[in-house]
Design a protein around this ligand. Structure first.
Ligand code: 5AD
Ligand code: SF4
Length: 419
């Protein structure tokens, strides 16, 4: 979501303010730092990075801090780093032109409604288009700062999303990536008097765009994974068969403390339904270890879900207390125990991942190539999100090729294009 917010700001700055991009920050007239505040570490990093930018920037260059940390620290950023020219919250991106011309502006209103704002066009990649389908989040997971930085959830009208998808496809993109904090809660609330369209219906409408070949989305919430959603996912050939299912914890007790709205059994049941409907699906997840009060038994439940589900990819984090969240003041798990649990989980994940990957040798996938990488390779993804590289150059970008996997690596496989 931050990447798309950056694209939106760049679009406004190019079209309304005449800026162009530079690779070298020492030459920049404006340095924007788009921040995350989901965990504590990036917040610390912000201030050390800011110092570096201020020291080496061109004389007279402006510095703006944007994103979730801007929303949650606001004025304090300017107090701690007085050379910062403006602070722009994650839900105020459309005001970039405004703040640019007001020194020391702080725009961080989390009730500001940008759901129908017509941003100018800018995309980092012509091959794959990120498209926001909602702003904010209505959940109240007790560990999570996002509702405090991005505000209430509002869906973007379906016709605007479809228009944006068509524009991206006309510009050459064959894949779109729908973004929202809870994409499968899409359609519960619009700001104006818009047609009530749910997520499955939105997917059906988008898949009617002829030249659009692939639809991805993130993140769905396990709580909203009803049968209709899973069946539409399985049935619709344009929806890529890769599902992100943020587990957070495998313990029903901890899930309740986290206010996630589902149990261990529901999660496993949804995985089983998904795999029954769609046997080729790859499943990724987010896991937090050492949420306050997590016992050895609770952690064993997370390990149990890992072993039962065998995720294709996990993103795992040590719990980090965040301001203004319900869990903020709860007693933390001993930090050594937390580190041990995280490394146990990551080792287990590597073992599972290596086994899953080893079985892919010799398989053939239709790969959509999107990126030039080092040493004369081009990389792309299969429908079910396996990253594969082949020897090649620009002319492969934006094309689909049948690729046979010839070498297995942990993060990327190597293949050969079939004639
Ligand atoms: N501590 C650790 N991880 C967190 N996440 C969100 N909040 C926290 C926190 N306080 C993780 C969740 C979420 C991912 C984007 O970040 O797993 O799904
Ligand atoms: Fe945070 Fe929960 Fe909303 Fe996800 S669903 S953004 S974890 S509050």
């Amino acid at each position: 979501m931050n990447s798309r917010d950056s694209e939106h700001m760049i679009a406004q700055l190019r079209e309304k303010e005449g800026y162009t991009m530079t690779e070298e920050f020492r030459e920049a007239d404006l340095i924007l730092i788009n921040t995350c505040s989901v965990r504590e570490r990036p917040v610390h990093k912000l201030f050390s990075e800011l110092g570096g930018f201020n020291k080496h920037k061109k004389s007279g260059a402006k510095i703006g801090v944007c994103g979730c940390t801007a929303s949650h620290l606001g004025e304090e950023i300017i107090k701690r780093a007085p050379y910062v020219n403006f602070v722009l919250g994650a839900r105020n991106v459309s005001k970039i032109s405004e703040v640019l011309h007001k020194d020391k502006a702080v725009e961080i209103d989390i009730n500001y409604d940008e759901s129908e704002f017509a941003f100018d066009d800018f995309r980092t990649s012509p091959y794959k288009a990120f498209i926001n389908i909602s702003i904010g989040c209505d959940k109240a997971c007790t560990f999570c700062i996002v509702p405090k930085t991005r505000g209430d959830e509002i869906s973007i009208p379906a016709d605007l999303i479809i228009q944006e998808a068509k524009k991206a496809v006309d510009g050459g993109a064959k894949e779109i990536f729908l973004l929202g904090q809870n994409v499968n809660n899409y359609g519960r609330r619009f700001s104006g008097d818009n047609e009530k369209v749910g997520f499955s219906e939105l997917l059906r409408r988008l898949s009617k765009i002829e030249e659009l070949k692939r639809i991805r989305f993130t993140s769905p919430h396990p709580f909203h994974m009803d049968d209709e959603f899973i069946e539409e996912f399985a049935r619709n050939p344009k929806i890529c068969k890769s599902m992100h299912m943020p587990l957070q914890s495998g313990s029903s007790r901890i899930l309740k403390e986290m206010k996630r709205g589902y149990t261990k059994e529901w999660f496993i049941n949804r995985v089983e339904k998904l795999r029954a409907e769609c046997p080729t699906v790859s499943i990724s997840t987010d896991i937090i270890v050492a949420f306050p009060g997590e016992s050895d038994e609770d952690f064993a439940d997370t390990v149990d879900v890992m072993k039962k589900v065998r995720f294709d990819q996990i993103f795992s984090f040590k719990y980090s207390p965040r301001p203004e969240t319900e869990a903020e003041h709860l007693t933390e798990v001993d930090s050594e125990v937390a580190s041990d649990r995280l490394s146990y989980l990551q080792t287990l994940n590597n073992e599972i991942h290596d086994e899953i990957n080893a079985a892919l040798l010799g398989n053939t996938y239709s790969v959509y190539f999107e990126e030039l990488i080092r040493d004369g390779y081009v990389s792309g993804r299969s429908d079910n999100n396996i990253v594969i590289k082949v020897k090649g150059s620009e002319e492969l970008l934006g094309t689909f090729q049948d690729v046979k996997v010839t070498t297995i690596g942990r993060t990327i496989l190597t293949g050969e294009i079939l004639a």
